[in-house]
Design a protein around this ligand. Structure first.
Ligand code: HEM
Length: 509
């Protein structure tokens, strides 16, 4: 029998591919409706945008936006269509329709998938997600409780106190020698912030005191997408699946041994609202999902704020002089006590502005909404958004929109968010999201970050090994947060600053 070389078939293979290409662009396309945001076609029909997203992650939306510069546009993909909003004016309209363009539905879907809840557990979470069917629902009540407790008040002060004590303990490890060894800034801040935040949430029985469990939770947080895909997790996400099981078991033990009794009002409240209704296994799984909320955004925000402060001499001296105003030095039993007034640093508009400006530069991923019913959103160009589609609000085009921020949009201006920083379009700042779903944990997270940054600025000289601060770049592969961790390492050495190296350091709340 004659064996033909494969090249003989090239013309026919090419012809078949060409026909498939045109057929797919005609028949595989999603249904289109008049007045939807303009569709962006891809050179590879149907799969092109999905491939683009897979290869570029969230920056793919920014790439498309930079090319077309539409206030909103539509991308058709195999899983359905996605509306991308890139202008602050349209983002404001999205926020105005917070019930029909729902964030709680996104949180519930994400929570159920990442937690890997049982069918019964998932049904409880999906029942009355945003209060549409009455006063109560596991998810609805849980979110309300969390947001209430995390508002400024007694319960938040209690959590802040535990968190600040934990941070102070970790920092005092550097009081020993005149100069530290090489420190991986990300690894250092990651452990310090997570231990402190989870001590505040779970109290003395905090499962994340176990270094293995902390490592496990980081693995889950950094590999969320593998759990979200959900296809044969034991095959395609084996490590995440096994690690998830270990963290879940630790939380089952936490509740089984009554350790929630010495935890925060938030953890106690959530446990009391779910026990008896949900299985212990599902309750423990929800803690894994909550862990992602706490781990994923807070620590990178802390890292990047510290990085921007340390690497810019003018910002560092501004932060030092501002924090110094809230440092009280006293003598007690012949020993100097240096107490940082936390309420003072939290009321400083300058420190708040440095944090927000850091988030403007680094909170570059996106917000998401689910279209619960067909809706026309207003504004200069009304758009129809269809039920069951997703709305993506990538932060980068809003955070670097010249119309919203002025001609110095690309600069790091530490005073941008103070009165002297001039005016800007408030809705364009997406660091903590916006509208009805503004981040509930922002007071807690900001206190932790500003305390760490102020303490580091006041107490230490921190210098990069090699003498030059090289921006470690955001790691866009981590898709669980709006602020991503650094891609590269930043190695520093720290030593106590001359003149204030003696005495005990503490805080007042
Ligand atoms: C600096 C750290 C943090 C950042 C940058 C951040 C950012 C965000 C963002 C962007 C949203 C979505 C809002 C939207 O799309 O409009 C959000 C929602 C939320 N965050 Fe945070 N977050 C942080 C820390 C935390 C912490 C530590 C907690 C809890 C302990 C928390 C609890 C929440 C809650 C409950 C919501 C949902 C609010 C709602 O649906 O009404 N966040 N956060």
């Amino acid at each position: 029998m004659e064996h033909k070389d494969f090249t003989t078939y090239y013309p026919s293979v090419a012809a078949i591919l060409l026909v498939l290409f045109f057929l797919s662009s005609r028949f595989l396309d999603v249904e289109r409706f008049p007045n939807e945001p303009p569709y962006i076609t891809s050179s590879i029909p149907y799969f092109g945008h999905a491939i683009g997203l897979f290869l570029n992650k969230i920056p793919y939306y920014n790439k498309v936006n930079a090319k077309y510069n539409y206030p909103a546009f539509t991308l058709a993909m195999p899983a359905g269509k996605v509306y991308v909003v890139s202008s602050p004016d349209v983002a404001r309209e999205v926020q105005r329709h917070s019930k029909t363009l729902s964030f709680p539905w996104i949180e519930a879907i994400f929570g159920v998938s990442v937690a890997g809840l049982s069918k019964e557990g998932a049904a409880l979470v999906f029942n009355n997600v945003q209060g549409e069917g009455g006063e109560h629902g596991i998810f609805f009540d849980g979110l309300k409780l969390m947001i209430n407790i995390l508002k400024p008040g007694v319960a938040l002060d209690e959590m802040n106190k535990t968190m600040l004590e934990s941070v102070s303990d970790t920092m005092s490890e550097f009081d020993e020698g005149p100069i530290s060894e090489d420190i991986d800034l990300w690894a250092w801040i990651k452990h310090m912030m997570i231990l402190a935040a989870t001590d505040a949430i779970y109290g003395p029985g905090n499962p994340f005191k176990d270094p293995q469990l902390e490592k496990d939770m980081w693995h889950i947080s950094d590999n969320v997408s593998s759990l979200l895909i959900g296809i044969l997790p034991m095959v395609f996400a084996r490590k995440s699946h096994l690690v998830h099981r270990r963290v879940t078991q630790a939380f089952e033990n936490f509740y089984r041994h009554g350790k929630e009794e010495t935890s925060s009002t938030m953890t106690q409240g959530r446990y009391n609202d779910t026990k008896g209704t949900m299985s212990l296994n599902d309750i423990a799984r929800l803690d894994v999902a909550q862990g992602i909320t706490v781990f994923s955004n807070t620590v990178p925000s802390g890292f990047w704020t510290l990085y921007h402060v340390l690497s810019k001499p003018d910002v560092l001296s501004l932060v030092r002089s501002e924090a110094m105003k809230h440092l009280h030095t006293e003598e007690f039993n012949g020993k100097i006590q240096r107490m940082l007034d936390v309420k003072g640093i939290r009321s400083s508009t300058i420190l708040e502005s440095v944090l927000k400006e850091s988030l403007r530069h680094q909170a570059l991923e996106m917000g998401t909404r689910m279209v619960v019913e067909d809706v026309v959103i207003g504004g200069a160009n009304p758009f129809l958004l269809k039920k069951d589609c997703f709305v993506m609000l990538p932060n980068q085009p809003m955070h670097f929109n010249e119309k919203a921020w002025g001609p110095n949009v690309r600069e790091f201006d530490p005073l941008r968010f103070t009165k002297s920083g001039g005016s800007h379009q408030g809705v364009a700042f997406r660091g903590f999201g916006g509208g009805a779903n503004l981040c509930g944990g922002r007071f807690f997270a900001s206190t932790e970050i500003l305390f760490i940054v102020s303490m580091c600025a006041l107490r230490y000289d921190m210098k990069p090994v090699g003498g030059i601060w090289n921006n470690p770049s955001p790691d866009h592969n981590v898709m669980s947060s709006v602020v991503t961790p650094p891609l590269k390492k930043t190695i520093v050495r720290m030593k106590s600053r001359k003149g204030i190296e003696d005495g005990n350091w503490g805080f007042r709340l």
